[in-house]
Design a protein around this ligand. Structure first.
Ligand code: AP5
Length: 225
């Protein structure tokens, strides 16, 4: 076991919460702190769409509408990514699992690999700020830095502070898709809260604070004593 693995409470860290809760923001910070991979199924699907692979193009239609991609497709890409050597000591899953079927798949996979139980960080945010977070999100297409026009704007209007590139909006950050994403979360993803609470692996994180404050809290939760 490496030093990194010893510092973590669990090998599989799951960042869970509604769209816009800050899963990507927090997962990135923890990945940097512990030197482990940050696996975002949403980002993997967007990357496949950018490369215009058959899987990516099929997924894009659903993502742009704010619907979930099928359990089979997403579970397969998550399993393939977790099997890579850089995940040997631990990894972060951001946006997976999102249905009971995906959670059962992941449990079986972690069991099979002898990795122990996951630790689930449930980031809670009130619904008013979720809409501002999603509607105000802008991304640098060059370096991937995430901004928010309400809470964390760039120094110059819609331009990346780091490289001067014009910021873009995600295709699913429009009113119609946001509504669908919130509905999918309520009906298909929220039931996972009970699923993981019953298994005593879920911790509640107050996400309605400045990002750095949330990160400090999250790092305490994931660090082994
Ligand atoms: P995905 O990419 O996972 O999107 P999501 O779940 O909708 O979550 P977001 O990325 O929108 O939000 P986030 O919680 O990461 O917040 P962020 O840190 O960016 O999935 C996209 C699509 O892919 C899905 O709709 C589905 O179609 C498909 N998909 C993916 N996984 C799937 C799966 N497992 N099964 C089936 N389909 C799947 O922050 C948001 C904004 O808020 C930013 O602007 C940020 O700067 C700001 N912010 C963050 N934290 C704070 C804070 N503390 N205070 C103020 N502002 C903050």
């Amino acid at each position: 076991m490496t030093a990194v693995a010893k510092r973590l409470k669990a090998q599989a860290l799951l960042f869970f919460g509604p769209p816009g809760a800050g899963k990507g923001t927090q997962a990135h910070a923890v990945a940097v702190e512990f030197g482990i991979p940050h696996i975002s199924t949403g980002e993997m699907l967007r990357e496949a769409a950018r490369k215009r692979t058959p899987l990516g193009l099929a997924a894009q239609v659903r993502m742009d509408r704010g619907e979930l991609v099928s359990d089979e497709v997403v579970s397969a890409i998550a399993a393939e990514r977790i099997a890579r050597p850089d995940c040997a000591s631990g990894f972060i899953l951001d946006g997976f699992p999102r249905t009971i079927g995906q959670a059962e798949f992941l449990d079986a996979l972690l069991d099979e690999q002898g990795r122990g139980k996951p630790l689930v960080l449930y980031i809670q945010v009130n619904s008013g700020s979720l809409l501002k977070r999603l509607g105000g999100r802008r991304i640098c297409p060059v370096c991937g830095r995430i901004y928010n026009m309400y809470f964390n704007p760039p120094q110059h209007d819609e331009v990346c502070d780091a490289d001067g590139a014009r910021l873009v909006r995600r295709a699913d950050d429009n009113d119609g898709a946001i509504l669908h994403r919130l509905e999918s979360y309520t009906t298909l993803t929220r039931p996972l809260i009970e699923y993981y609470r019953e298994r005593k692996v879920l911790v509640d994180v107050d996400g309605d604070r400045a990002p750095d404050e949330v990160t400090r809290d999250v790092i305490q939760w994931v660090t082994a004593a």
